[in-house]
Design a protein around this ligand. Sequence first.
Ligand code: GLN
Ligand code: ZN
Length: 760
Amino acid sequence: MALIHNLGFPRIGAKRELKFAQEAFWKGDASADQLLATAADIRSGNWQLQQALDLVPVGDFSLYDQVLDMSFTLGNLPKRVAGLAGSELDNYFRLARGRSANDSACNCIHAGEMTKWFDTNYHYIVPEVTAETAFSLNPERLLSQFAEARQQGVHAKPVIIGPVTYLWLCKEKDNSNRLDLLDKLLPLYSALLEQLADAGAEWVQIDEPALVTDLDASWKHAFEVAYHTLKANRPRLLLATYFGTLQDNLQLACNLPVAGLHIDAVRGREEVGKVVDWLPAHKVLSVGAIDGRNIWKTDLNTTLDWLEPVAAKLGERLWVAPSCSLLHVPVDLESELALDREIVNWLAFAKQKLIELQVLGTALNLGRAAVAAELTANRVAIKLRKESARVHNPAVKNAVSTLAPELGQRKSHYTARALKQRSQLNLPLYPTTTIGSFPQTADIRKARLGFRKQEITAAEYDACMKAEIESSVREQEALGLDVLVHGEAERNDMVEYFGEQLDGYAFSQFGWVQSYGSRCVKPPILFGDISRPKAMTVDWIKYAQSLTDKPMKGMLTGPVTILNWSFVRDDQPRRDTCLQLALAIRNEVLDLEAAGVNIIQIDEAALREGLPLRRSEWQGYLDWAVESFRITANGVKDETQIHTHMCYSEFNDIIEAIAHMDADVITIETSRSDMELLDVFEEFAYPNEIGPGVYDIHSPNIPSQEQIVKLMAKAAERIPAERLWVNPDCGLKTRQWPEVLPALNNMVAAAKTLRETAIS
Ligand code: GLN
Ligand code: ZN
């Protein structure tokens, strides 16, 4: 009998219940008990949905982030939260976001750095370590959730992040080597496993996704040391790898002394056979056969074609699961009543994936005949999608296959363009700007909702957005910013907004996926060939420009980011889809230019996160990603200034590709790292202009003028002042005006100070 299980379930709730509870708690509108009660409800709801599985993940729930949870479990907290007033929960949120409920601005702290979880759009709080780091076990969260699950009759399988991946995710705050901490860490893991065994856990899922990355000998050795130590403990360990193939770590993974191995058979189908051959005969093999990263229905019949022989070989030793935690897909397709029925029939969200899993399990255990109706329906759905006329547009396919190479080439070199742009725009040294969005106020959300529900007319909605644009323009003028933005009030989301206006896209109503903490995104569904029926942003930008003499930036999302933040089709290479998007956005760029917009920002917030986990695959990705950006951006005349924005600046390895994009200005995220991320510019002379972020927009804290001057002074050590811009880390939509105004005021004042110092 093959066993079916799951690796993790979305924890935000089908209607984002967790988000609303978190935010109410932070605002002081709800008590900690109320927040915890909502959390318990979500957990129990999730477990009910997974009732039919043989093993259900427990401990995958998190109040903010599973890596931060693990840091608390291991007692790895930075010194700056020691001795602060309040509960453990307060410290938890302080590390997550700089402050907890009721913290005043003065007892806020520097939040932990946030970084993308492998190649996903989920962000975790980076654990900090030094040579002195001491761990202490705090198993309470895990034990109590385990007890809670058992009380509810759940076949619970605790989930933890394994010791090597935990260290792999850590960042040293001194010059030590985090791997040296392994010896200190392992006794805690042993103790934790024993306590879980005492509590009744037979299996523990120990996540080690670091095994799908390039590991040097010291990391490989760490795996040996860790698992040879932990094998003495009682629970059986399912070592879970996901997000890719094992490649040169395959033998290592197969031979570690654990009871079972989970592999990602969606991205690594070709490795299944090898793993079956290598895996010692006493071990369980868990095969991740359902895509945990995308929303298409699994082709169940084809999956069974390759899974059945594996089942025949492994018998009881075969487990079947999604490829990774379902954290990365929305909860329930059944809520999508407004979504086109033809398209709904092609999709599966988390809940539907669990049903697919059951069908696979039944087919393997009782034969296909036992689920004949389900398999037939699935075959029909897969065929309908493949043949749908809505998926295929020959003109678009043709445009991509006949792309002329000069499309991506600016007319002149940056130095010549910069001269023309400077004389046209007349900007001061250290020009100030923002990244695009301003706070999405309750009024804006209300108008959007009202419009969607047809409670207000298009004209009323328009007027409301225009009023928002006008007031943000006035605020920016009053602040004295140099390059203005329209504020993106009309955009629900920087990708969905474009998805809604492009052909080839569908969008869900409740398809939320957690991005970080309470922040969720609703990736649109790119199902077919992409084209742009008409201009998407021109009217709004023209309106905003008409209100002011200051330059107004046109604001677009770039093709690579649209691709990386959408659920994209799996029936053609990502490259082809990206080039289709590039052509569509290029037309928008040209329309903006024709409408007299002199500065156009094309956000590529997600370019880096699309980087494959394996270095050997980087160049292939960068080639088409950069080419797509160039096709989008570089058709403009010299006088038009192209900006791009990226929500990170760990460019060390891809700086040449970034430079090759040839944007006139890039704005990047640097403030949390104290400009440390600019080190790369010491070795690589980045040729164009840069705005290193000086305002951490993920935290409610307000940077002082002095802090900003200091940050910029650090930046000026690496990049000549003539090529520096002053701006926040990212867009301000998640912040409140009362935080944004003083912060930007300090930013503008800092720029003035910097100019004066530069002149004197
Ligand atoms: N222009 C976008 C904004 O300001 C950029 C957001 C992002 O980089 N994530 O909201
Ligand atoms: Zn950003």
